[in-house]
Structures are given as C-alpha cells and as structure tokens.
Design a protein. Sequence first.
Length: 120
Amino acid sequence: MSKITDEIVAKHKASGITTYLLKVDTTKTATDTSEEDESEVIEQKEGVYYAILKKPGRKEIGHAMSKKDPLSMGESFLKMCWIDGDDEMTDINFQDTVGVVAALQAANLFEVVQGSLKKL
C-alpha cells in the first residue's frame, strides 16, 4: 500500500510549489490496451507506487544533464526533485522495474522546447 494519500497530494498542490505526481503501476504492462486513468485519485492497492516531485530548477537540470545516459539522468531528477513518496521508487534495483520506470518517467520532468540558432 502506498503511503501517499489524496490528502498528502492536496497539501502539496496547495503549497504553491509546482509539483508532479509520479505513478508506477506494476499490475499493468506497456502493452496493456486498457484506457489510462488520468484521475488524481490515489489507488491504495498492492503493486502501485507513488511519488511527489517538485519542478526541477536550474541546479537540478544542470546536475541531471551531466549524466551520460537517460536512466542516470532520470535517477538524478528523482533524487533531487523528491518531496514525498514510496521508498521503492528511489531503489533502481527494486523488483527490477519500479525504480527503473520511476527514473525514466522522472526524466520527463525536463521540459524541452524548440529553439534555433542561425549565423548572422
């Protein structure tokens, strides 16, 4: 059972800090064609893990970008942006999936926008 509850999510949303809810559900696979539930209701069931992460700042982005691979970058974001959540999310070796999926999803915290550079 997750230690994250709807009340904890509401408290962090009300804090004024931009936060994200990261969910890893080991009961579903990537090939599962069921409709993804985008609700913010916390499921308290076995195999579902949650973490609350803050929006990364310049320091967190710089540290994560110094990593050589996406998994290390995501793990860096996960550690540096961590506010609260299930400890299993930070363990890359836990069940061979939870920590890895959490780290790869945390890498998505870095927002990429289109830019261009032209010689004048």
